[in-house]
Write a protein that binds this ligand. Structure first.
Ligand code: AMP
Length: 366
């Protein structure tokens, strides 16, 4: 019997780690990416093509048993080209909802999640009104195509608003209140349908620290009340059911004055879930593969008391340096160093928070 083939739209590190988790289950992988340097090609065949090349997309899809994406800015028009050939999961509604920050916030509101005040900005007049209504400080973000803090500007002074908008290309934006948060947390969850029966589970919540808009560390468990943990899991369940979601996803929240404020959702495996590769019974990558193939989910339970993930950004350490700490687990993505680019991560676990923090400090030194 030939092994089932999973096609992944996007060939970055998330695709690479999906394949690294799925190969031991007996799957084979192929990737579609506009870049000939896509790092997932180390673990499966790469088709290089543009998202608008429907012929290339159709050819890629033929022979795939399941298709997923590792990149939420895949145009939904690209899915049109392939959906009649192979099933794509997560569902396109998830992609369509989360690829536009205004639709995403409105969707959160419909699902009962709290969001910060926000306004739609299409014109310079909208911006002036938005800043007057929402107030300052606020964050102006492009509605589409933002990631890792790109496509956003903090506005502290209303007089500088139009300058910020020009800097973002005067494109459609969302203007949202700046949240003076105590912490940032994320819930990474998974939903599957096994012979028609829904399975849902969520990993312990992670507490995230960003630097320059890029995730720096995730520490698990997040130091928040059990009631907030339950609330975040319940929100994830509502959202997943509403979208009839299949696969892994993440929702990022600000915690401010003991309240969860939903910031954004990623309809894919997420950087704040990378710790699960070494710290959970089943990694987010394996559970995503299981879910899109209609297979039973593995446990999302943590294997140790404390886990952490440290991103390696903008550099490629030598293996001699990176492997100095015998306690850490290194995952490099095969990418060249570039400013602001994630090239790998380190997972750590410990039996107490203080031990974990000490190990994180050692890992940061490599
Ligand atoms: P995002 O692309 O929305 O995930 O933003 C990246 C990071 O910028 C977030 O994780 C926060 O650290 C910060 N940030 C974004 N929006 C806000 C906001 N409205 N208030 C405070 N910090 C924000």
């Amino acid at each position: 019997m030939t092994p089932p083939i999973i096609g992944i739209l996007g060939g970055g590190q998330l695709g690479r780690m999906l394949a690294l988790a799925g190969i031991p289950l007996g799957f084979r992988f192929r990737f579609f990416d506009p870049s000939p340097d896509a790092c997932a090609q180390d673990v499966g065949a790469l088709t290089v093509g543009s998202w608008s090349d429907c012929d290339a997309l159709r050819q890629f899809a033929r022979g795939c048993d399941a298709i997923t994406f590792e990149f939420e800015n895949v145009p939904t028009a690209s899915l049109d080209a392939i959906e009649s050939i192979a099933r794509v999961q997560p569902p396109r509604i998830a992609l369509a909802t989360t690829s536009d920050r205004i639709h995403e916030k409105q969707f959160f509101q419909r699902c009962g999640l709290a969001v910060q005040p926000f306004a739609d900005v299409q014109t310079a007049a909208d911006l002036a009104l938005a800043v007057a209504t929402v107030g300052t400080p606020g964050v102006l973000k492009t509605r589409n195509l933002g990631y890792d803090g790109k496509g956003q500007r903090v506005i502290r002074d209303a007089r500088l608003a139009s300058e910020a908008w020009s800097a973002l290309g005067s494109t459609p934006c969302i203007y949202e209140a700046f949240v003076p948060f105590d912490r940032e947390v994320s819930v990474v969850a998974v939903r599957s349908k096994v012979h028609g029966t829904v399975q849902f589970d969520a990993y312990p919540l992670g507490e995230n620290v960003h630097r320059d808009g890029i995730l720096h560390t995730t520490v698990v468990p997040a130091r928040i009340d059990a009631a907030l943990v339950s609330a975040a899991r319940a929100h994830a369940r509502v959202i997943a059911d509403e979208l009839d979601y299949i696969g892994v996803f993440a929702i990022e929240f600000f915690v401010a004055d003991g309240v969860l404020i939903a910031n954004e959702m990623a309809p894919r495996v997420h950087n704040s879930g990378h710790w699960t590769m070494d710290g959970a019974v089943t990694s987010q990558f394996e559970n995503h593969i299981r879910a899109i193939c209609g297979l039973p989910l593995g446990s999302c339970a943590a294997r140790g008391a404390w886990n952490a993930m440290l991103n390696i950004v903008g550099r490629v350490p030598t293996l001699d340096d990176a492997l100095t700490n015998s306690e850490s687990k290194l995952h490099m993505y095969g990418k060249a160093a570039r400013a602001g680019r994630k090239t790998g991560h380190i997972n750590l676990h410990a039996s107490s928070e203080s031990e974990l923090r000490a190990a994180l400090t050692r890992a940061e030194g490599v």
